[in-house]
Design a binder for this molecule. Sequence first.
Ligand code: FMN
Length: 163
Amino acid sequence: MSEVTDPRQVVLVSSREEMDVMGKKKLKDNIITLAWHMPVSFNPNLYAIAIGKTRFSCEIIKKSKVFVVNFMPFSLKEAAVFCGTKSGMHIDKFKEAGLGKEDCRNVDCPRIKEALAYIECKVVDEVDAGDHIIFIGQVLNSEFKKSGKRLLQMGRGFTTSAD
Ligand SMILES: Cc1cc2nc3c(=O)[nH]c(=O)nc-3n(C[C@H](O)[C@H](O)[C@H](O)COP(=O)(O)O)c2cc1C
């Protein structure tokens, strides 16, 4: 169906939670690449993301109930591919993808320094949608940092915006 729906803006969703990894408790900061996301309400201000049930990020966000949607520049395409093809269970995607970390203002979760814009969200609802969970987040803080060419998914590849 992607030939019908693409191009779609690609975002990186960051999350944080203490997780059980091979029997040990570890504070995990993770990043997942997503093309399925959208605003869903003005008042209250809500933003939804769809995450596959098998993703490590799904487990993290189910527990932490917070996430950050980071809008990325086209120039960081390789980082998006990395975060979109590896599980964060045993690796630190911030480190491996060379992405910087910033503390959020209103949620206990890291955001990505290189993002052009971001939205900090607290989960207010979860919808079981087939093989994905739709997390509906209340927007607690958002910022447009700078303009730049956005990263868009186009079939199996990528394209970009005019500016
Ligand atoms: C361009 C692109 C878009 C993607 N969109 C989604 C998406 O909308 N939802 C999803 O669950 N996975 C999506 N993925 C796949 C996940 O990013 C991928 O499975 C990732 O490795 C999961 O990481 P995690 O297990 O650390 O959470 C996408 C991957 C790419 C490369």
